[in-house]
Design a protein. Sequence first.
Length: 310
Amino acid sequence: MDRLPEQLDFNLLKVFEAIYTEQSISRAAEVLHVTPSAVSHALKRLRERMGEPLFERRGQQMVPTSSCQRMAPQLLATLAQLRQLLQSWGKFEPASAEQHFQLGISEALESLMLPQICAVMQQHAPYSRLTSRRFSREQMERLLAHRQLDLIIDIQSVPPSGIAHQPLVDDQLVVASNNERRDLTLKQYQAAKHIEVSSRPSGRVLEEYALDKRGLSRKVAVRCQSYQTGLALAAQSDLLVTLPSSVALVQECNDVQIWPLPFNAGHIGIHLYWHQSRATDPALQWLIEQLNDVFAVETKAETKADNRDG
């Protein structure tokens, strides 16, 4: 055991982290950008070095053994600190850096924000790479702490302990209907049947928080995964779909009408979330600054346009 640190290399520890986090050989391979057989071979070497199985297969999952479960958190925390040290070694130079940023964002916000983010990357960090992926809010802390994601863009909420956040943009809710509707009162809104949109199979959706605050209810007929689908359904039926105004602006809405929400729901905050352990990571802080600049400019432009319209 005294020779163990000399026998383990950093790549094997990365494999251990991926299997522990994903609990799957195939998903670990996707995260590491290698083949499942390479992961299996690395796991075999890890088991030989450690003298124990580390993980047990249960169906499609790789479940940590009790000793692995006990020791893994400390090991993963040490790996995170080592990565942070290596990442912050020297000044981040966006023009020449080959950084891989991983962004967690919903499908609806992706269509709204990703074009602007990509434009910034292409202009200022042409050799870096950006990956956008869905995420589960329940796993926010794990994904950020283990660097499965660098940043998350999501609606305002109380984040888990250890997660830093700041506002990015303000939005508001609107309602889409087919072109045959002539008006939309609160009574009509509550009497109508609705489409709710979420990438999750169950759970509360964005507008339910606004309804609950005012003691209001509605009838949900359909739950779908994207606002694009929700708008298409609304265009072909009497169903209503409630969505952020910024999302409605970037979707093809020729076949629907957009109505103000018939009650005051206030503003919806869109926030940036990242792990506090990366507060001094120069690459991540550079990206946060770029996003703040881009969306602050857009907000100011929209405010000026609203003032002219008034």
